[in-house]
Design a protein around this ligand. Structure first.
Ligand code: ADP
Length: 166
């Protein structure tokens, strides 16, 4: 194994619920940074009320990252840059899917840079197989009884089906 970069990275998101696309970004970040803290936004401002509680969203991720010893999962209620500082992180790592992610991320990047020029934001391109995968898409699919096997871990699929099946 090549030596890992030092330091801590934050992977923030609402993770409502976590998908294989998120887990791909978390796994890739864990290969590059010594420590990764997955920050689960308690109450997202932009997306309104979540389907799952922060506790459930954290435990879905914890179950899925058991094999990654350098990944921790924590809920947070503050600005992402404050959460990053609290953990001594030097980077915020995010996944980029399509153009729509880019526009939003560019705006967030300018705001975060202004507040915390010492914390770098790093973007990983979504894996092609997960480029069109989103938590909202998965919730919608679950509502209509769609097959979630290739999209989320089995325990998450089960909880989604329970919560949303019409
Ligand atoms: P979503 O847009 O699915 O609700 P979140 O707000 O939880 O996602 O996003 C957390 C981070 O994960 C963001 O950086 C987002 O761009 C990234 N992400 C979400 N889905 C994917 C995916 N399928 N592939 C790569 N990155 C993703």
């Amino acid at each position: 194994m090549p030596p890992k970069n030092s330091g801590t990275a934050i992977c923030p998101g609402s993770y409502d619920p976590v998908t294989y696309g998120h887990l791909d970004i978390i796994t890739r970040t864990a290969r590059v940074f010594e420590q990764v803290v997955v920050g689960v936004v308690n109450q997202p401002v932009r997306k309104g009320k979540t389907l799952f509680s922060a506790e459930d969203r954290c435990s879905f991720i914890e179950d899925a990252v058991q094999e990654l010893p350098n990944v921790q999962v924590k809920p947070f209620d503050t600005l992402v840059v404050d959460f990053a500082r609290e953990h001594g992180a030097k980077a915020i790592v995010k996944g980029l899917r399509a153009i729509s992610d880019f526009e939003y991320e560019l705006e967030m990047n300018q705001l975060n840079r202004k507040m915390a020029p010492d914390i770098e934001s790093i973007y990983l391109m979504a894996a092609p197989e997960y480029s069109f995968l989103s938590s909202s898409g998965v919730r919608e699919l679950a509502m209509f009884g769609g097959d979630l096997n290739d999209l989320v871990p089995p325990a998450v699929a089960e909880r989604l089906q329970e919560a949303l099946k019409r």
